[in-house]
Design a protein. Structure first.
Length: 327
């Protein structure tokens, strides 16, 4: 969208300019839809000046914060390496691995033991010394850095409604394919969402990557700036944040499929207790924790996340590293 290239204050100024020119001779040359829009802006300006403002239908969200990583640089006579790590602990663990592989440089000298200690921080301190100069021509730096995102605001609708079948069909037919080139891999763009699919030789995988920063705010962007996504691999739903008919975790789904009726009841009871599922207050139907609407046919009761409360407290999954160091 053209609006993505301007700051919110610029867009506000352009809207007011359009309103000021709504009844000028130049406006008569505009296409009807643009002329009608300028007249609407003029009416809003007049209403605002008299204290009668219309309800807001969209809002500006500021730039998303960048992601913090820890940059580890260490050097010897023969190499000088810098790499990002998701956490400070991961960076120190990598540095400790390097230190232990080079322990012969300091082992047995002065108060340094012959072998490296098990504690990472202690091993690093002993190897590099208090002043960081225990080993000639070797050293390290560890510092946080923010990975920046494109610094732009986004316009989001306050009265979001997902496209109906006719509109969705039009958006699907308007999808664009971009072939791979020197700037990046191939991708498909639909409603402003970019879906990349390519062979990643470095990690030895077929990688699929979804980018939503440029999603069409008139059709698929919710008021919080997010896009409802459902990702399916073969017949398995691996991600669903639509809060509607959400999937069970894959292992839980396999257990339920393989169990008999008595076993299924027991598995569901345990899953509810563990927070993997929640039980509908009306019909007692067990639902996946990711959905806020009961999935039993004919029920469909909506239950807010806070109301589910302790019964279906989401388990904290193991953190996934955003970036890893050299393997």
């Amino acid at each position: 969208m053209l609006a993505e290239r301007f700051r919110p204050s610029d867009i506000e100024s352009l809207v007011r300019i359009a309103g000021a020119l709504a009844h000028s001779p130049a406006a008569a040359e505009l296409p009807p839809q643009y002329r009608e829009l300028a007249q609407r802006v003029h009416a809003e300006i007049v209403a605002e000046s008299s204290g009668r403002r219309s309800p807001a239908v969209s809002a500006f969200l500021g730039p998303r914060p960048g992601e913090q990583v820890w940059m580890l640089r260490f050097w010897t006579r023969h190499e000088d390496t810098t790499a990002p790590y998701a956490t400070k602990g991961a960076a120190l663990a990598e540095l400790a691995t390097h230190v232990r592989s080079s322990w012969a440089n300091v082992g047995g000298q002065g108060d340094v033991p012959d072998g490296p200690p098990a504690d990472d921080a202690e091993a690093i301190d002993l190897y590099y010394g208090t002043d960081g100069d225990a080993v000639p021509d070797q050293g390290f730096e560890l510092y946080p850095e923010e990975l920046g995102r494109p610094q732009r605001s986004r316009i989001v609708p306050l009265d979001f409604a997902f496209p109906n079948a006719v509109t969705a069909e039009g958006l699907n037919r308007g999808a664009v394919y971009y072939a791979a080139d020197d700037d990046g891999p191939s991708c498909i763009e639909v409603a402003g969402v970019l879906v990349f699919g390519y062979v990643d030789a470095e990690d030895g995988v077929v990688r699929v990557s979804v980018h939503t920063d440029s999603a069409d705010p008139e059709h698929v962007v919710r008021p919080d700036g997010s896009v409802p996504l459902r990702v399916v691999v073969e017949d398995t739903v691996v991600l669903d944040d639509s809060n509607h008919y959400a999937p069970h975790p894959p292992v839980l789904e396999q257990l339920l499929d393989a169990a008999d009726r008595e076993q299924r009841d027991l598995i569901r009871s345990v899953a509810v207790s563990a927070g993997l599922m929640w039980s509908c207050p009306d019909c007692q139907w067990p639902n996946p924790r990711a959905t806020e609407r009961c999935e039993r046919p004919g029920c469909g009761r909506q239950v807010k996340a806070m109301a589910i409360g302790a019964q279906a407290a989401a388990l904290t999954s193991a953190p996934t590293l955003a970036l890893e160091g050299p393997r």
